[in-house]
Design a protein around this ligand. Structure first.
Ligand SMILES: [Zn+2]
Length: 118
C-alpha cells in the first residue's frame, strides 16, 4: 500500500531532477559557446559562427552591445524584449537598430554579448 503512493511521487522527482540536469547542461553548453564567441570578438579574430538567439538566451547572455561604426555610439539591447526565431543568428537584431546619436548614419556592429547591460 505505501508503495502505491510513494512510487509515482518518487518517479516525478526523478523526472524533475532529470529536467533540471538537462537545463543546467544546456545552459553550461550555451555559455561556453557565447564565451568563445565573445573572446574571438575581443581578440579581433574572424567570426565563423554567430551565436543563435537561443544560445544567448539559454546561456543567460541576453544583452547585446552594439557599436555604431560612424560615431562609436554604444547601444545595449535586451534580446528578451522582442520575440525572435530562436534559431536565428543574433545578427538579425541589427535590422532593428538605429544609432540614436547619429540617427542611423553609421553601420551597427555587434561588440559583445553580456549578462547585464554595460
Ligand atoms: Zn552613430
Amino acid at each position: 500500500m505505501p508503495e502505491r503512493y510513494t512510487r509515482p511521487h518518487h518517479h516525478e522527482r526523478v523526472q524533475t531532477t532529470e529536467r533540471m540536469k538537462r537545463a543546467w547542461e544546456a545552459e553550461a553548453d550555451a555559455r561556453e559557446a557565447v564565451q568563445t564567441f565573445n573572446a574571438r570578438l575581443e581578440q579581433g579574430r574572424a567570426i565563423w559562427a554567430w551565436p543563435t538567439i537561443a544560445a544567448a538566451l539559454t546561456g543567460r547572455y541576453p544583452w547585446l552591445t552594439i557599436v555604431c561604426e560612424s560615431c562609436d555610439g554604444v547601444t545595449d539591447l535586451d534580446l528578451r524584449m522582442k520575440p525572435r526565431p530562436p534559431e536565428a543568428s543574433i545578427r538579425v537584431v541589427l535590422h532593428d537598430v538605429k544609432c540614436p546619436r547619429c540617427n542611423g548614419h553609421g553601420r551597427p556592429r555587434i561588440a559583445s554579448l553580456r549578462e547585464n547591460p554595460g
